[in-house]
Structures are given as structure tokens and as C-alpha cells.
Design a protein around this ligand. Sequence first.
Ligand SMILES: NC(=O)C1=CN([C@@H]2O[C@H](COP(=O)(O)OP(=O)(O)OC[C@H]3O[C@@H](n4cnc5c(N)ncnc54)[C@H](O)[C@@H]3O)[C@@H](O)[C@H]2O)C=CC1
Ligand SMILES: CC(=O)C(=O)O
Ligand SMILES: [Mg+2]
Length: 563
Amino acid sequence: MRIGDKGKALLNSPFFNKGTAFSHDERRIFKLEGLLPAGVSTLDTQSKRAYEQFQSIPTPLLKNSFLLSMHDQNEVLFYRLLYDHLKEMMPIIYTPTEGEAIQHYSRQFRRPEGCFLNIDEPEKVEDELRAWGDRDDIDYIIVTDSEEGVGGIGISIAKLVLMTLCAGLHPNRTIPVVLDVGTNNEDLLKDDLYLGLRRTRVEGERYDLFIDTFVNAVKKLFPRAVLHFEDFGLNNGRRLLANYRTKLPCFNDDLQGTGAVTQAAITAAVWVTKSKLTDQRIVIFGAGTAGTGIADHLHYSMTEDGKSEEDARSLFWLIDKPGLLLKSRRDKLTEGQKPYARPDEEWKEMKGEISLLDVVKKVKPTILIGCSTKPGAFTKEIVEEMARNVERPIIFPLSNPTSLHEAQPQDLKTWSKGKALIAAGSPFPPAEYNGKTYDISQANNALGIGLGAVLSRTSRLPQSLIDAAAKALAQLSPALNDPDQALLPDIKDIRHVSTYIAVAVISKAVEEGCATAKVPNENKLLEWVHAQQFKPEYRELKKINPEIAGKAEKGELGMKASH
Ligand SMILES: NC(=O)C1=CN([C@@H]2O[C@H](COP(=O)(O)OP(=O)(O)OC[C@H]3O[C@@H](n4cnc5c(N)ncnc54)[C@H](O)[C@@H]3O)[C@@H](O)[C@H]2O)C=CC1
Ligand SMILES: CC(=O)C(=O)O
Ligand SMILES: [Mg+2]
């Protein structure tokens, strides 16, 4: 991707390539004659053509592969196509299809995209990253240490695509990274086509040193970039965030992004039930990264509203594999789980493991959240029990992909006799009850936090910025106008939503004193954000090749500079 490329190099440069939309003049100047068919398309017709091709592809996985290869050929067209069909293509490019694409990465592989760093060569990390640009070239880096092996590069790419699509982050100023530290997935290790390091995952000191090498290289090479941790395992995500959050602007999307979007959906649901967050009894099933991240975020919000740490803590019941988290088992709990362990005395009448059903019966929760990856965990009995005890049970099965959801939204609606207020991790069709249809919100952590952090050039990303994003999102809930509407805004409005969130994050960064950019005052802020968002439009000649454009402007080439 270089300014000034010509001929085949230009056609192979996804950011500058216009394919059949290169004009006759451009074809001549850039030595593209003979490399393209005679017809000149507009971006509009290219998008129509690509959509026809997309529609003829039989499976979601193949559609994903088609879109990714377009991403790799012509980025503007790729984003334009996605914009034109956002609702239809989002589940193809992101969850649920993305999970499948990651699983099949080594078999579907065509051409590498992204930055691959491996633990056997830590000494090369800095040089390998340097190949992506200079100090000020990079705004945003998504890194995963993918438990599912090298195919995890797919999640870094997919989330970056969302950041561009939804929030307008400039795609040419980002790096998707996978840190290959091995995998414990036996199927991958046995697969002779597997492309990652063929070894079990490295842990302990060597793992920590490798992460440290990576983070230090990022800080040194791209001091302005925001670092986004994605899909780090239970034991690493929280620990790494705690290590690095005071050293550079970084955040963990599964912990913090999920916390923010869930809080926004809960704020709307709680508003529908005409109660307050601090009136709730919250059961979280699956106390891993996302589950404890949500608990932390809600807890933070309650303390901001004036509840004491301890009183707020008493409103949570977290359940993981061996049942309800209890104080007597503290030494077996993770750091993220420990604060939420319940006193054993509360449950002394119970023998053995305390199940979700036991907790629902005794606690009578108002909110039930699933981040367990256990499909079907929210059974009819559990949902009926919950609906018996509270007027409007708030139930969020958040596990992804679709096959791992704790319950189907339609079942939740039916079993609760229409009472449940629902948001789910993946997209679902509307649910029906008594002849009425209800849109199901997708509570997924794709927000404008990143754009706000980038544009404000925040030096750190404290919890207050994430909280500002959650509050801004909650204000846009359609349920605030009509309680039968979805809890979160529709995907089709995501650009507007992300922009609004970015504005809130920037304002908070200024207020907290961590914004280092020169930010305009409140009434100019929205316009300022808009002006900097990426739009899928072809670039003018002068941005593809300034030298040639200069000559054209002087009339030396017999053409105009702008196309
Ligand atoms: N909707 C959203 O925005 C997000 C959804 N997720 C989804 O949430 C799920 C969990 O993700 P992470 O928290 O990152 O994974 P994780 O591995 O950190 O946590 C999963 C937790 O569930 C527990 N668990 C597994 N089986 C269980 C069972 N049968 N009963 C009770 N607990 C059980 C595990 O022990 C672990 O503590 C995934 O499906 C992920 O896709 C994650 C992040 C964001
Ligand atoms: C949404 C997300 O980050 C996840 O499912 O891991
Ligand atoms: Mg994730």
C-alpha cells in the first residue's frame, strides 16, 4: 500500500485500487491500460455487481470468504457494499459467521492479511511491527492471543472492519495482530493443514515476556495508537489490562466493551420496568471474562450512583462451572470472580453444588445474564420460575455464536408469556407473542469507544470513558420512547450511534484531562468527528499520486486532477 503505485501494484493495493472504476485518464496515467476491461464503472454499479455475486454464493462461510477477499482487493468497494447491505452482511462479516471462519482458517486460507507475531521469535516483534508504518501512521491496533490458534487473526480483522464500518475509523491506519503462542485445540494440532505454531500454548513467564515485548514495541513505534485487547483468555485478559492500562491507552473489549453495551441495554430495560439499577438482583451465569466484566461495569455504575462498594456487591450472584461462587471456595476462584463470592451462611440449607435453578428460586433475580458458552442453559423451568417472581424479567443470553446461546429469544418470550425483556449476543429475528412482534437487540460490544479514544488522542482509557460510552448508548434506546421497542438501537443506525458515543467519549476525555488532541468546543464537536470519519468514496487523483496530480493540474498531462 504505497502512494505512487502504478500498474499491477496499484491494482493490488486494496486501499488505492478502484478496479473498473479507474477513469480512462487514470488508466493511461497509472499504466493500467490492458489490465482492465474497456467499460468504466461507477462505485454504485460496482457495488450492485458485487451484491449480485454475493447473493449467488450458497453458504454464510463462503460469503464471508468472498467479502474478505474483496476487502483484500478493493477496500472502498468492500465498505461501500457493506454500507449498502449492513443488516444482511454484518452477521457474515462478524458474529456468528466469523467464529466459523476462524475455525476453518487454515483450510479456507488464500492470502495472508494482518500481522502475525509468534512466540518463538520475540526478537523480531519490533521489526515486524515496523513494517506497518511510522510513528503517526497508526491509530488503532487490535490484538488477540487467540486460544483458537492462528485463525484468530480473523477476529482482529473483523473487529477492525466493524470499527471502520460503524465508527468510521480510518482502515489504513489500523493493524490487526495475532500473537501466536500455540493452541491447545487438539483438532487443530492434528490437522496437517494447520498454519499456526504446532505446539500447546506457552504460559507463565515466557508468555508474559512476549506480551511485554509486544506492548513495548507498540508504545515505542506507535505512541499515539490505542491498543485493543480481544478474546484473551480468562486468566490473561484481566491481568494484562491491569498491567498496561496505566501505561498506554488500552482496553479489553470483552471485559469493558461488553460491560458497557450490557449496561446500556440494562439501563433501558430498568427504565421500562420503572425501577433503578440499584433495585436489581443480578444473576450472571458464566463468570469468565465477559461475565465478570459486566459485573464490574454494573458495580462501578452503582457506586457512581451513590451505593457503597459492599452494598452494590451484595446485588450480584455469579455462577460458573461448579455452581454459585462461594466465599469458602475463594482459593479456587479467579481474581475477577473473588469480589463476587457469596457468604456460605446464605446457602447453608443447600448441600453440594448450587445450580442456576437453585439461585433463581431463592434469589428471585430481576436480571439474568448468560456468558457461559453453554447452549440451552436457560431452560423453560428457569425462565418460568423467574417470570413467576418478577413482573418483567430481564434476560440476556449473550454467548456467541448463535449455537452457544443460553436460550433462543423466541423461547424466552414464549416461556415468560411475553414478559421477558431480551437482548442477545448475536443477531436474531424478531420474537412473536400474542400476535405481536418484538425486535431483539443485539448486545454486542461493537461501539464507538475506539473512535472517541483515537480522535481525542487520549493518553489513557479510564473506566469513566467507557461509562460515558454506555450512558450515551442508553440515551439512544428506542425503548425509552416505547417500552415495546428494542432495548438498543438498530444496527442500521449504528453509524449515527457510534458517532454520538464517540462525542461522549471525547467530551469525557477532555473533562478527565486525558485528551491530548486539540478538541473543539461542544457545539462544534459532532461536526469535527464527522469530518474525520472514513467514508467509502474513491480518492481523488492527488491522493493516489500527488506528483502526477501536480503535473495534471499544470496541464502537462492534458487532464483535470480530480476524479
Ligand atoms: N455479546 C457480547 O458482546 C460478548 C459475548 N461474549 C460471549 O460470551 C461467552 C463467554 O466469553 P468469555 O467470557 O470471553 O469466555 P471465558 O472463557 O472467559 O468465560 C466463560 C465462562 O463460562 C464458564 N462456563 C463454561 N461452561 C459453563 C457451564 N456449563 N456452567 C457455568 N459456567 C460455565 C467458564 O468456566 C468460564 O468461566 C462467549 O460465547 C463469547 O462469545 C463475550 C464477549 C462479548
Ligand atoms: C462479542 C465478542 O467480543 C465475543 O463474542 O467475544
Ligand atoms: Mg470478543
